[in-house]
Design a protein around this ligand. Structure first.
Ligand code: KMH
Ligand code: ZN
Length: 269
């Protein structure tokens, strides 16, 4: 079976330490969580930044500090989130790619996002896609609905995205597709044949849909961004147990874990 890429998503844009005290929010805490996840088999680190009051931020100084702290200690591939947080203006979010991470997310469409709004205006998305192309940063395309996939294919057809495309199929955000296996299979069937993909399953269905994704050849994401619980009613004691569980799932399914170097080849970085 093809090797599986595990991405750790340690922090996310919404939860705070009140929701789960183990959530890493300072640069040091985020770097510690990423290094531990790398030892447990993660090849990519999906990074959201927080300020000293735990609010999502696109402050490039905080991003630089996190990237340096991680880079000093391991070779995990850093993927900066350009989603950042619902209240951070798109113009601040897009500037994060100037730090030249190996990878960054690209959210192709605006949408309702829980009780908030996730603004990704068409002109801004095109500008960000072009900038990532010019800087050689691999976009991870976050698709929360079939229309988002169509939008990405249009960007590809216009030369703003280079193949092979890499997708995150996001399930379970209120405002996007529900977290069920039918929606996952529908999306996987519609992807271009040479695309790579992972499941991002938010909340309760995180474990089941991560397992389905790995079983049918996808990559996997693990961490407190996507679920605060290790099982119903029990908070995860950090990112490590979630990453370790995903590594065990991959192993049980005969999917060897891709190293960062192998991931560069698999994802066409
Ligand atoms: N928080 C996830 C639902 C991003 O960071 O750009 C989606 C996400 C997007 O990870
Ligand atoms: Zn994210």
């Amino acid at each position: 079976m093809t090797a599986a890429v595990i991405t750790v998503a340690p922090t996310g844009p919404i939860a705070t330490k009140t929701d789960n005290p183990a959530l890493p929010t300072s640069p040091e805490e985020i770097a510690d969580a990423v290094v531990a996840a790398h030892r447990a088999g993660a090849a990519v680190a999906h990074i959201h930044l927080r300020d000293e009051r735990q609010r999502p931020t696109a402050d490039p100084r905080i991003a630089r500090r996190v990237m340096d702290l991680i880079g000093e200690r391991c070779d995990i591939l850093v993927q900066l989130s350009t989603g950042v947080g619902l209240d951070v203006p798109f113009e601040e979010r897009e500037r994060l790619v100037e730090l030249r991470p190996r990878m960054a997310t690209l959210n192709p469409c605006s949408m309702s996002f829980g009780a908030g709004e996730f603004r990704n205006p068409p002109a801004g998305v095109r500008r960000l896609a072009a900038r990532m192309r010019d800087l050689g940063i691999k976009p991870e395309l976050e698709i929360y609905d079939t229309g988002h996939l169509e939008a990405c294919l249009r960007l590809r057809d216009e030369g703003l995205l280079a193949e092979p495309l890499q997708f995150s199929i996001v399930l379970g955000v209120r405002g996007g597709m529900a977290a069920d296996a039918d929606n996952l299979l529908l999306m996987v069937r519609r992807l271009p044949a040479n695309a790579s993909w992972q499941v991002i399953a938010i909340g309760r269905a995180n474990l089941e849909l991560t397992a389905v994704g790995l079983a049918i050849g996808g990559n996997a994401r693990a961490g407190l961004e996507d679920t605060l619980h290790i099982r119903k009613g029990e908070l995860a004691q950090g990112n490590l147990p979630l990453v370790e569980r995903t590594a065990r799932l991959a192993d049980d399914l005969d999917r060897p874990l891709a190293s960062p170097a192998e991931t560069e080849i698999l994802l066409g970085l």
